[in-house]
Design a binder for this molecule. Sequence first.
Ligand code: FAD
Length: 170
Amino acid sequence: MWIPNVEHFKVLTDELILQHSEKLKVLYHSVACDVEVKEGRVAAVIIANKDGLTRVEAKQVIDCTGDGDIAHWAGCPTISSKPLMPLTMHFRIGNVIPTPETKPAAKKVLIEAHKEGRLVNFYGPGLIFAFAKDECYVHATRVPADATNAADFTRAEIQGRKDAWTIFNE
Ligand SMILES: Cc1cc2nc3c(=O)[nH]c(=O)nc-3n(C[C@H](O)[C@H](O)[C@H](O)COP(=O)(O)OP(=O)(O)OC[C@H]3O[C@@H](n4cnc5c(N)ncnc54)[C@H](O)[C@@H]3O)c2cc1C
């Protein structure tokens, strides 16, 4: 089923979760922050949320953190590419009517901003009208950073937001 509205998608997802509430307990706004390893397997995961720290035991733990946080903390060997792929701060702009000139015009101003030092890095831009006919999803910022390092991740978010604002204003 095609769901063009992100908020509607969230409501449908909530409903799906509630339909399976006998077997499935979901905690939003919770992060895994530590693991306990016993006899070579992850025996428990420590999660942090508004309840504080909670220890969750499981027969089987599936790490879906994207960065492999749980596997990494459990001591599994991991590799990361060198150089790391830069990070992208996406953003969306409303009330944009796309024309064939939109993308080349955007690219031109971003090249100028880069040459004049207002924008250190950028990509594309990728301009996608996927969420609404008049809403432009912009995939254009590029921040070199290591998102598995808390301080670097924060620095990248601040830089990404600044670059997104620069691109929006260009
Ligand atoms: C800008 C960009 C463009 C991309 N374009 C493409 C593309 O065109 N085609 C393509 O195939 N792929 C693309 N990718 C890659 C693709 O999005 C990822 O490979 C994919 O989303 C990874 O899925 P995942 O479920 O492993 O992780 P994610 O989608 O990253 O999901 C991980 C989830 O875990 C949560 N989480 C993280 N750490 C913790 C923690 N400690 N505790 C609890 N929760 C945690 C996160 O909040 C997140 O919700 C792109 C990625 C980016 C960033």
